[in-house]
Write a protein that binds this ligand. Structure first.
Ligand code: ALA
Length: 389
C-alpha cells in the first residue's frame, strides 16, 4: 500500500501514525492536482469561455460523485473549506434563519471536538452533554430523552478514544422538530456513509483525512433545509439579484458557496473516491488496532484511553503517569515516528472525563503495518527507560 504514497519513497523510515489529524497523499491525487492546474484551471460558474465551461462541468461532476458516494442528491452536497467551516455554516445559517435562538436546547457529548462545541456555544448556552462512561462509551442514559432538543450534534467517532456512536442511539433524542447533525470527520476515512439510511439533517467530513486534498469539507444538507435556510456566508456567486438594501439568493447548494469555491480540491477529491473504491480502502484496521492495544497493555504503567469493543475505530490514546505526552511525542518524533500529543481539540473530554491534561494519540491508516507498531513499541519503551532515570 505504501507504494501509492510518494512520501514513503522520499522518507523510507517514516512511521506515520497521525492519520486522525490528516492522511498522506497518494500519487493519484498529486497527478490529478497537476492536471487541473496545468490543463483545466480557471474559475467556475463565471466564465463564458470554454476553459471555464469545462472546469465548471468537472466541478459539478465532482459534486455528483461525492453525492453518489454517500447516497445523497447532488443538490444536497455543499463544498466548504473543511469540517470546521461546515459546522459553522450550519450553526450560523440555522441561527440566521430563526431555526435556533438563544433559548434553543442543544445536545452534544463530552467527547466532542472543539469544532462541534464552540459554534453551538455562539448560539445558546442551553447545552446538554451526554456523559462518557468508564468504558469510554457515550452514556445515552445520562440525559433524559424526553427533553425536546432543538439540535443534536454528535461525532460518529471520537478523535481521541476511537469510540463509535450508533446512529440509532442518537435518533432516540430526535423529535419531529429536532435538527440532527453528525460529525463524520473520523468516521468517513474508515467506513461507508449512507445519509439516507442514517436519516440525518446534516453530515460533515473532510477530504484531507481520507487521502484527499486540504481545504475541502463536505457538507451534506438535506434538501428541505437547503431550500429554506439562508446562507450565513454571503458574497459573490450566490445571488439572483442584489439591491441596495436586500438581496435574493440562488438555489441550494450554490447559495452556500459564496466566493471562489475549492475548485481543484473538489475535482481531485472525486478522483480520490475512485481510488478508495477501486482499492477497497475503507478499513477500520482492527488487525493493527488489536495488535497495538495488546502491546500497550503489556506496558503496565500506561493508562490507555480507548474503547476496546469490537465497534471501535483505530484511534488509541494513552499517557504515562510520570512522562508528559509532549515528551513522549517529541522522543518518538526524533525517531521518525509521527503521533499527536496534547488535548487533541477535546479539552472537555481530557479535563472533565479522563482527568488528564494531555495524551499521546496513535491513529492508523491503510499504509500502516505491524512492523511499524513493533518499532513504535520499541522506541516507546526506550523513552520510558530514559525519562524514568
Ligand atoms: N481534528 C484533527 C485531529 O483530531 C485535526 O487531530
Amino acid at each position: 500500500m505504501k507504494e501509492f504514497f510518494p512520501i514513503f519513497n522520499n522518507n523510507s523510515n517514516l512511521i506515520y501514525f497521525d492519520n486522525a489529524s490528516t492522511t498522506q497523499k497518494p500519487s493519484v491525487l498529486l497527478d490529478a492536482l497537476k492536471e487541473v492546474y496545468y490543463v483545466h484551471y480557471s474559475n467556475v460558474h463565471r466564465g463564458m469561455y470554454e476553459l471555464s465551461e469545462k472546469i465548471t462541468e468537472m466541478y459539478e461532476l465532482a459534486r455528483q460523485k461525492v453525492a453518489k458516494f454517500i447516497n445523497a442528491k447532488p443538490t444536497e452536497i455543499i463544498f466548504t473549506s473543511g469540517t470546521t467551516e461546515a459546522i459553522n455554516l450550519v450553526a450560523n445559517s440555522l441561527k440566521l434563519s430563526g431555526v435556533l435562538s438563544k433559548s434553543s436546547k442543544i445536545l452534544l457529548t463530552e467527547m466532542e471536538h472543539h469544532a462541534n462545541i464552540i459554534p453551538w456555544q455562539n448560539i445558546s448556552k442551553n447545552i446538554f452533554y451526554l456523559k462518557i462512561d468508564d468504558n469510554f462509551h457515550v452514556d445515552f442514559s445520562s440525559i433524559s430523552n424526553s427533553i425536546k432538543f432543538d439540535l443534536v450534534s454528535i461525532s460518529l467517532v471520537s478523535n481521541v478514544l476511537g469510540t463509535y456512536v450508533n446512529i440509532g442511539d442518537i435518533h432516540k433524542f430526535k423529535n419531529s422538530k429536532t435538527f440532527l447533525m453528525v460529525d463524520a470527520a473520523q468516521f468517513a476515512p474508515h467506513s461507508m456513509i449512507d445519509v439516507k439510511k442514517m436519516q440525518v439533517d446534516a453530515l460533515v467530513f473532510s477530504a484531507h483525512k481520507m487521502f484527499g486534498p486540504t481545504g475541502l469539507g463536505i457538507l451534506f444538507l438535506k434538501e428541505q433545509w437547503g431550500k429554506t435556510l439562508l446562507p450565513s456566508k454571503v458574497g459573490g456567486g450566490i445571488v439572483r439579484t442584489v439591491n441596495k438594501y436586500k438581496s435574493e439568493f440562488v438555489d441550494t447548494p450554490w447559495r452556500f458557496e459564496a466566493g471562489t469555491p475549492p475548485i481543484a480540491s473538489a475535482i481531485t477529491f472525486a478522483r480520490i473516491i475512485d481510488f478508495i473504491e477501486s482499492n477497497h480502502l475503507l478499513s477500520r484496521r482492527l488487525d493493527l488496532r488489536n495488535y497495538l492495544l495488546t502491546q500497550l497493555q503489556n506496558i503496565s504503567e500506561l493508562r490507555i484511553f480507548h474503547d476496546v469493543s469490537i465497534d471501535a475505530f483505530p484511534i488509541i490514546s494513552f499517557m504515562h503517569p510520570n512522562i508528559h505526552a509532549h515528551d513522549i511525542a517529541w522522543f518518538l518524533g526524533k525517531n521518525n515516528i509521527c503521533v499527536r500529543a496534547g488535548h487533541h481539540c477535546a479539552q472537555i473530554l481530557h479535563r472533565d472525563v479522563l482527568k488528564v491534561p494531555a495524551t499521546v494519540r496513535v491513529s492508523f491508516s491503510v499504509y500502516n503495518n505491524q512492523n511499524e507498531v513493533d518499532k513504535f513499541i520499541d522506541v516507546l519503551k526506550k523513552c520510558i527507560v530514559l525519562y524514568s532515570k
